[in-house]
Design a protein around this ligand. Structure first.
Ligand code: 5AD
Ligand code: SF4
Length: 474
């Protein structure tokens, strides 16, 4: 067992680190021991998806090719810990990998991501899964080339977990999933400490990237053909607060809006407590910013919102929704909702349903509360699972009814769809998203992928739309 301890930081560490890691990548390229193939599994949210693009960029740069099954040279799991079942999946997979590695002892197993920032997880892996070769966390992902090199040189289990964020390291290789749309981190971490949430413990304090770096990245993406940008942060509304020259998220949107070639701008996630009128006004006047807002509600009950440490109540939430709907007519609203938070009563849940019915969300990520060790809510009075499950099913039903009614209004209308990929079940169909972020399936060939296509909606379902290219309609 070997733990690598981080060196102390010094000025310009970010830039120097990137140069150093790039030099290691150069060495790895000609190292005969380097993995020739890799399998990468990504769990969890958009942050992890973006981190995986960086991991993949590094692996492709050293000359490894991606394979669809976790049986070859290198297997890497980028993990999530937001709910317990995400963690159970990883342990299940490790059990399976144990037998694969017996047959293929040269295989390297790598674990990274949020789950690795939990002490209890590291203890368990050390004790029960010695076949894991490398573990690193969320703060030192940029050191992956260096850590990989160490793995090739030793048989020990390498564990490199930092308990604090370091300077943001820019300019590492990364591969984008799509050539026409891209996610861009604008900030990392979260300071909100919602009482159910483990993110602030595993992703650290909020820190923003410099706007110049963000703009430079997006300009270069636009030059390479990217049309749609998604700005990513756990709480984009507090973007820019800690910078030497503080700047608001609305100002950043204006800067991104000026970049030629970018046609659509999206962002995730907004916390209702920090949502400024300046941002709502910016949404109204910047046409490239898509008419869609993801605004996590979590609960409609004022008592629970307080217990969750959310710093808003139902009235404040509904006021924001009103302003958004006034400023951007027809705006699509989506949300996150937790059912079964400690002490939740039927009355609390009915408050949530009330808000759902009033706002008429176009979509929602819904979760049954999962206690996370170390968070305050895990120590509160838990509620019976049966009750949560019943309420959860009721919530899904209401959301589905609303989704169906909302979507039906699109029947016969023509929408601009950015065609993203061929449909998994039917290769004659393409799927893509409207400015309102609705998923649309329509008949079309692969040459349309990456293009804006006018599609007339011919059928609707609660969760997606079906249409035909406008100029092909008979
Ligand atoms: N249990 C259930 N859902 C959770 N979320 C965060 N923590 C938990 C938890 N412990 C949900 C919240 C958040 C989304 C990303 O995940 O709704 O907005
Ligand atoms: Fe978690 Fe709350 Fe931060 Fe979102 S805002 S990441 S729910 S602590």
């Amino acid at each position: 067992m070997q733990a690598i301890n981080p060196r102390p930081l010094y000025e310009n560490e970010g830039t120097e680190q990137a140069a150093f890691q790039r030099a290691v990548i150069e060495q790895l390229k000609s190292d005969p021991r380097r993995p020739k193939s890799f399998y990468l599994s990504t769990m969890g949210c958009q942050m992890n998806a973006r981190d995986s693009e960086k991991l993949k960029g590094i692996l492709l740069s050293i000359g490894a090719r991606e394979v669809p099954e976790d049986q070859e040279d290198l297997v890497i799991y980028n993990t999530c810990c937001i709910r317990e079942n995400a963690e159970q999946k990883v342990y299940g997979r490790l059990g399976y990998l144990k037998s694969v590695k017996r047959k293929n002892p040269g295989m390297k197993i790598v674990l990274c991501g949020c789950m690795m920032q939990e002490d209890t997880v590291i203890e368990k892996i050390k004790k029960s899964y010695p076949e894991v070769d490398l573990i690193f966390g969320t703060y030192n992902l940029y050191r992956f080339p260096e850590l990989l090199q160490t793995v090739l040189e030793t048989k020990d289990q390498i564990i490199d977990i930092w308990d604090k964020q370091q300077e943001i390291v820019e300019d590492l290789p990364s591969v984008r999933k799509y050539s026409f749309k891209a996610s861009v981190n604008i900030m990392y971490g979260c300071d909100n400490f919602c009482t159910y949430c483990i993110v602030p413990y595993v992703r650290g304090r909020e820190r923003s990237r410099e706007p110049e770096n963000i703009v430079a990245e997006i300009k270069s993406l636009a030059e390479s053909g990217v049309k749609e940008i998604q700005l990513l942060g756990q709480n984009v509304n507090s973007y820019g607060k800690g910078l030497e020259n503080p700047i608001s998220f609305a100002k950043l949107l204006e800067m991104v809006h000026q970049i030629d070639g970018i046609e659509r701008i999206r962002f995730m996630t907004s916390h209702p407590k920090d949502l400024s009128d300046e941002l709502i006004e910016a949404m109204g006047k910047l046409p490239k910013v898509c008419p869609h807002f993801h605004l996590p509600l979590q609960s409609g009950s004022d008592r629970l919102l307080k217990a969750m440490n959310r710093h808003y109540d139902q009235e404040k939430y509904l006021n924001i929704v009103r302003k958004l709907k006034e400023t951007v007519p027809g705006i699509s609203l989506t949300t996150d909702i937790i059912v079964g938070f400690p002490t939740e009563t039927r009355e609390d849940f009915l408050e949530t349903l009330k808000v759902v019915r009033e706002v008429r969300f176009d979509g929602a990520f819904t979760f049954i509360y999962s206690p996370r060790i170390g968070t305050p809510a895990a120590r509160m009075q838990q509620v019976p699972e049966e009750e949560s499950k019943k309420n959860f099913a009721e919530l899904l039903k209401v959301l589905e009814e609303i989704g169906e009614e909302n979507n039906r209004q699109w029947l016969g209308r023509t929408v601009l769809v950015l065609a993203e990929e061929q449909s998994k079940n039917d290769s004659t169909m393409l799927s893509g998203r409207t400015p309102h972020n609705q998923l649309v399936h329509f008949v079309g060939g692969p040459r349309l992928i990456g293009q804006m296509v006018e599609v007339t909606i011919t059928e609707t379902t609660p969760f997606y739309l079906i249409g035909k290219q406008k100029n092909l309609l008979d």
